[in-house]
Design a protein around this ligand. Structure first.
Ligand SMILES: C[S@@+](CC[C@H](N)C(=O)[O-])C[C@H]1O[C@@H](n2cnc3c(N)ncnc32)[C@H](O)[C@@H]1O
Length: 233
């Protein structure tokens, strides 16, 4: 893994605009307690303080995976349990989601999860180039009103950053239940010369991906689901 000393740590984009809220309800007592006990022991160092070495987070990690916007952490915890040799970095600014994830991590006695309770893009910038083996972005905020489309995460500058941080042969897995966002993802990821689509267009839902909360919500609303799996050439 190489470090890029020229990578600015300060984000070059605007502040995080989350579709949901950063906190929607009072944390349950157990989750609130986990913020004080578990979170400090598994937090990713503040990216504002300089580069982050994933091997310092888990010296024996065989792979480094990143989930952006893990929501309640169900998928993050499931992948961590299935792949105990892989370091799972999860980023999520929604504090109730972080509380839920902490509960899953404690319940599963998971030792390979590290959390950044904030914007994933800051962590990505602080990670070495070519250090990520898999990046998962499942049901990102849809920003479905046309005037809000520009707030979507999957845009060329973000994909450029993603490609820099992805190792050769690494994977990016996105899914959405908004068709026009799926079209945008396919267009933006497909236009990136460093990436190769593993499917003709959209991918089959990979068997390893459990149903997520937002996917379930979309399905109940009668939405379709589109998965995209690209690999770095
Ligand atoms: C629609 S929810 C989906 C949650 C989960 N992946 C699921 O499928 O249930 C999208 C999540 O992405 C988070 N998010 C948005 N922008 C983010 C960013 N820049 N870094 C990390 N998380 C982000 C939001 O807080 C929100 O919880």
């Amino acid at each position: 893994m190489s470090s890029d000393p020229d990578t600015p740590i300060t984000p070059t984009w605007g502040p995080l605009r989350s579709f949901g809220r950063i906190k929607s309800r009072t944390l349950k007592p157990r989750q609130a307690a986990l913020f004080d006990t578990l979170l400090p022991t598994i937090s990713v160092p503040d990216p504002a303080n300089g580069p982050i070495d994933p091997l310092a987070l888990m010296p024996d990690a065989k792979a480094v995976w990143l989930e952006i916007g893990f929501g309640g952490g169900e998928h993050l915890a499931a992948q961590a349990a299935r792949h105990p040799d892989a370091l799972m970095i999860g980023c999520e600014p929604f504090l109730n989601g972080v509380g839920s994830a902490l509960r899953h991590i404690e319940d599963g006695a998971l030792k390979n999860v590290r959390i950044h309770a904030d914007d994933a893009r800051d962590v990505m910038k602080a990670l070495p180039d070519a250090s990520l083996d898999r990046v998962m972005i499942l049901f990102p905020d849809p920003w479905h009103k046309a005037r809000h489309n520009k707030r979507r995460l999957i845009q060329p500058p973000f994909v450029d950053l993603l490609c820099r941080k992805l190792a050769q042969g690494g994977y990016i897995h996105c899914a959405t239940d908004w068709e026009d966002y799926a079209v945008q993802m396919l267009e933006v990821l497909g236009a990136e010369p460093a990436l190769r689509n593993t499917a003709e267009g959209y991918a089959e839902k990979p068997a390893y991906r459990p149903l997520t909360k937002f996917e379930n919500r979309g399905l109940k609303l009668g939405h379709g689901v589109w998965d995209l799996v690209f690999t770095k050439k």
